[in-house]
Design a protein around this ligand. Structure first.
Ligand code: SF4
Length: 239
């Protein structure tokens, strides 16, 4: 079978799997992209659900994370807990040293507060470039995105073609999950989670760019809280 007809067949299957349960979407992805599919984990609640599901399906499933160097200590603590509980070998993607040093030298260590361009530059060097490096060797990546998380995610599908990353497949098994489903799964399966979630941090990124939310605020209100909602993506999931 040619690579084009194989891709077409996968796209057809992807359309059929849109209504499948999360575990079945994961099984499909692990089967179709064996060894060339990985979970991109930022150790948020959704990523921990997917970690638990993945390791139960295949203990050798691949999980990579973007270690920006500015993550909260609680996230690093959760990495250790995840390794202890699931015996996984996490794959770390770190920023390019030269680019990082140049950025800090020119903009200062807290440049992200100075303007949208500076914030985007920091996200590019600490997240987007390392993500592109990770994805360059994969046929598919798995993400914990959900439709109800933000205005930028309402049209999310469980399986998408990721044109922004060379046309590889992007798998979103929890696309139609609610926040309650995520937490019900975590409690029912004794899944470890970030201690910041118990301090009103529903969405957790880098330490300097994440704050707790107040009652009634949108779940992503604490991410880059000084920016307007339509700008609140770091570029990892843009089309
Ligand atoms: S979230 Fe903040 S600290 Fe992290 S990469 Fe983006 S701008 Fe930099």
């Amino acid at each position: 079978m040619s690579s084009e007809s194989l891709a077409n067949e996968l796209i057809k299957e992807a359309e059929e799997i849109e209504h499948a349960e999360a575990e079945d979407v994961l099984k499909w992805a692990l089967d179709k992209f064996a060894g060339k599919v990985a979970l991109a984990s930022s150790f948020g609640a959704e990523d921990m659900v997917l970690t638990d599901m993945l390791i139960k399906i295949n203990p050798k499933a691949r999980i990579f994370t973007l270690d920006t160097g500015r993550l909260p200590q609680e996230t690093y603590d959760l990495m250790e807990k995840t390794i202890d509980k699931y015996h996984v070998k996490l794959e770390y993607q770190c920023p390019d040293r030269e680019a990082l040093e140049k950025m800090i030298d020119e903009g200062g260590p807290n440049l992200f507060y100075k303007g949208i361009n500076e914030r985007k530059l920091c996200c590019k060097i600490r997240k987007i470039d390392p993500l592109n490096r990770a994805l360059s060797s994969l046929f598919a990546w798995i993400c914990g995105l959900r439709r109800e998380q933000s205005v930028t995610r309402v049209e999310l599908k469980k399986v998408e073609i990721d044109d922004a990353h060379g046309g590889i497949f992007k798998i979103n098994p929890l696309a139609d999950w609610t926040e309650k489903q995520v937490w019900d799964y975590i409690k029912a399966n004794d899944v470890p989670y970030n201690a910041l979630h118990d301090k009103n941090y529903p969405s957790i990124g880098c330490g300097p760019c994440t704050r707790a939310i107040k009652t009634g605020e949108d779940v992503r209100a604490g991410r880059w809280w000084w920016e307007s909602p339509e700008l609140k993506e770091c570029g990892l999931h843009c089309k």
